[in-house]
Ligand binder design. Structure first.
Ligand code: PMP
Length: 361
């Protein structure tokens, strides 16, 4: 189903631009095989859950947690070789996106892309510009460079890109980082799917304070339900973003769980390995599909162009598989997005995909 356009009811105390603003485009649907939110299909193993619970049990629940998730920041900083003052931890990277938009003069992103950048800009009534991706979803380096001229801008760019799955070349991202420095802007590289691509932008951020990285625990770490993400950047950028988040904002239970998984990076590495191997298997198998075009992906999901997104969505759902329609986005006519699940789920998906009746137009 296409997202329901709910209208936010306005009281007079709210800013006028909020009148008629649609709610976030997502509707929950139940299905036995859930491949619609790019989550990890693997829940944390019981031993790790027990460790996290024991840690939580040892805390004083009557006391506020540290001001800025200090223990988590210290642990992340140690692992990344990054100063703790250059890290902001928050309940979900979505909140960091909102904080960044609140702080920004103006916002630029690509079309299509992760909808929360535009959604946040609309909520804030921030000046906002979208630059269309190039043919076959290539990086519009020239268009983005142009868009960065003038009033300094904050640019959101997921790399690997969502929802196309494509990893942009480092040399082109470097051009944008350079342009951010030249124009006094900030290039925010959203690394939500970084682990699945095997590359990152840590060195770029280390050498250019006009680059910041956004990361989440919701995908490779398998903690979508826990809500945690972080921003990595210069001390100055992080100090400003931190001010837009509530004090004591990362709950003690979230911190306890994060510290536990950070002590066991081998668990996440194993999950990533399995999912990447499955991604390659699914990609190869879908080459056999008579009418679907699968875009290459460096993430844990695929964007797939079908003759009819509604028919593909319904056909898969009828076989117990929930995917996400993407055909309401600019340039994504006929497209659906499918997450990589467990090997069994992927096999079921492939069987269903190849058994769908052909749609003729
Ligand atoms: N960025 C991108 C590109 C995403 O796809 C998502 C989640 N779908 C997020 C950020 C938000 O992640 P979080 O769960 O940390 O809010």
């Amino acid at each position: 189903p296409t997202p329901r356009a709910l209208t936010i009811k306005l009281v007079n105390a709210f800013k006028p631009h909020l009148r008629g603003l649609a709610s976030y485009p997502y509707r929950a649907v139940d299905a036995p095989i859930k491949l619609d939110q790019n989550e990890s299909p693997y829940d944390l193993p019981p031993e790790l859950k027990q460790q996290a619970l024991r840690r939580l049990e040892g805390l004083h629940w009557n006391r506020y947690p540290s001001l800025h998730a200090d223990e988590v920041r210290a642990k992340l900083a140690e692992g990344l070789g990054w100063p703790p003052e250059g890290l902001v931890v928050s309940p979900g990277s979505n909140l960091l996106i909102q904080a960044l938009v609140q702080a920004a003069n103006r916002v630029v992103d690509t079309a299509p892309t992760f909808p929360h950048y535009a959604f946040s800009a609309k909520m804030q009534a921030a000046p906002y510009q979208q630059v269309p991706l190039g043919p076959e979803f290539t990086l519009p380096t020239e268009g983005l460079s142009q868009a960065m001229k003038g009033e300094p801008a904050l640019v959101f760019l997921p790399n690997p890109h969502a929802p196309t799955g494509r990893l942009f070349p480092a040399s082109e991202v470097a051009v944008l980082a350079h342009q951010a420095r030249e124009t006094g802007g900030l290039l925010v590289l959203d690394e939500a799917y970084q682990q699945f691509s095997g590359s990152d932008h840590l060195e770029l951020a280390r050498t250019n304070p006009h680059v910041a990285l956004l990361r989440t625990f919701s995908k490779a770490w398998g903690l979508g339900g826990i809500r945690a993400g972080y921003l990595l950047g210069s001390t100055e950028v992080c100090a400003v973003v931190q001010n837009f988040l509530p004090p004591f904002g990362v709950p003690a239970h979230t911190a306890a769980i994060l510290l536990t998984v950070l002590e066991h990076p081998e668990y996440t590495r194993g999950v990533v390995q399995t999912l990447v191997a499955e991604r390659e298997r699914v990609y190869a198998a879908l080459q056999e599909h008579p009418s679907w075009k699968v875009y290459p992906s460096q993430t844990n999901f695929f964007l797939i162009r079908t003759p009819d997104a509604a028919a593909a969505y319904q056909g898969l759902l009828a076989r117990g598989i929930l995917v996400r329609r993407q055909d309401h986005y600019f340039g994504l006519e006929g497209c659906i997005r499918v997450s990589i699940g467990t090997p069994e789920e992927n096999t079921r998906f492939l069987e269903a995909a190849l058994a769908l009746p052909e749609v003729s137009h």
